[in-house]
Design a protein around this ligand. Structure first.
Ligand code: CUA
Length: 350
């Protein structure tokens, strides 16, 4: 269809196309330039490996630029030789001289550059293997969300989901695993990526150096909602982090007013507690995300929607449409006031 539309249909149209070629060429050049520049727009921001906010990511970014430099040097050399060969007139070179060029340009120089790049990469590695401090975080990949367990020294483990908070300037060891299929854990702005493999724990140590919110994502195809499996990472000052973790360890606050109590009652009556835990209530399910402090999380459904009242209602009502193949059934039968009451209560769990 599209191709047929591009074919000139008559002599008249063909003439028009020829006349438009000069302008079309400029347009095409402009478009190509725009396309070439567009990817650069992705180089900064909350999910960019080239805008590092951590020690490991900074090392990876440095390695990238150094390797890019090496690649550009080789490319320029090859292009220069190609141009030289194309422009050159006169007698062919003697065999020995041509052989020397092939030996140096084709073997010695590339080998030296690649060896230097390899050596640089190896030099970077020991610092990335330094062990983490006393805080441990276990992250488990699920279809399609992230179970997060904090283990701080002298404190009971704290379970949360789809959000990871980290203290700035501390090396933290993340123990990664998966319940169902292989996922891959990646916070581009903080560290390299690491696979999460069922039945096996992999390890990633990272040290955030900048405060702020970053974004992580699953980097291994894991099912229908793979692309909807993200999480936020909040880097805080160590004291603020410690206070936050203590607050997370506390059970959910009791409903402060009757409408919130009604929301909690409906949540339990609908059986949500079979899959979700809300510490401090009868909800003790372990299949889905712990919702004890859901109201304090920035997003819903693993980075899918901002955590607003409207979105909480929508997520409960249309889970299957928002997140294909998720294990949670959609509660399409709930009336609007019931949905609102549950959403309000969940929002109050701060
Ligand atoms: Cu989990 Cu892709």
């Amino acid at each position: 269809m599209a191709q047929a539309a591009l074919q000139p249909q008559s002599k008249h149209e063909r003439g028009q196309m020829a006349a438009g070629r000069g302008r079309g060429g400029r347009d095409a050049a402009r478009r190509a330039m725009l396309l070439a520049v567009l990817p650069l727009a992705g180089c900064d921001g909350v999910q960019s490996a080239l805008d590092p906010g951590g020690f490991e990511a900074a090392a990876v970014a440095r390695l990238f630029w150094v390797m890019l430099g090496g690649a550009v040097a080789i490319w320029l050399g090859v292009m220069a030789l190609a141009l030289f060969a194309q422009r050159r007139r006169g007698e062919p070179w003697p065999e020995r001289r041509a052989g020397r060029l092939v030996l140096w340009g084709g073997a010695v120089v590339p080998t030296l550059i690649l060896a230097a790049l390899l050596a640089y990469g190896l030099v970077l590695m020991p610092a990335l293997r330094e062990p983490g401090g006393p805080l441990r975080i276990a992250v488990e990949g699920e279809q399609f969300w992230w179970r997060v367990r904090y283990q701080a020294p002298g404190q009971a483990p704290v379970e949360a989901a789809n959000e990871i908070r980290l203290p700035r300037g501390q090396r933290v060891e993340l123990s990664l695993s998966a319940r169902d299929v292989i996922h891959s854990f990646w916070i581009p702005a903080l560290a390299g990526k690491m696979d999460m493999i069922p039945g096996r724990a992999t390890r990633l140590v990272l040290e955030p150096t900048e405060l702020g919110r970053f974004r992580g994502a699953c980097a291994e195809f894991c099912g229908a909602s793979h692309a909807l499996m993200a999480f936020t990472v909040e880097v805080m000052e160590p004291e603020a982090f410690a206070a936050w973790l203590r607050a997370q360890a506390a059970p959910a606050p009791a409903p402060a007013e009757p409408p919130l109590a009604e929301g909690q009652r409906l949540f339990l009556a609908e059986g949500c507690g079979a899959c979700h835990a809300v510490r401090g209530t009868a909800a003790r399910g372990q299949l889905g995300p712990d919702l004890t402090h859901l109201g304090s999380r920035p997003s819903l459904g693993a980075g899918l929607l901002d955590n607003t009242r409207e979105h909480r209602m929508r997520f409960i009502r249309e889970t299957d449409r928002l997140k294909p193949a998720a294990r949670m059934p959609a509660y399409a039968g709930l009336a609007e006031p019931e949905l609102a009451a549950i959403a309000d209560w969940l929002g109050s769990l701060r």
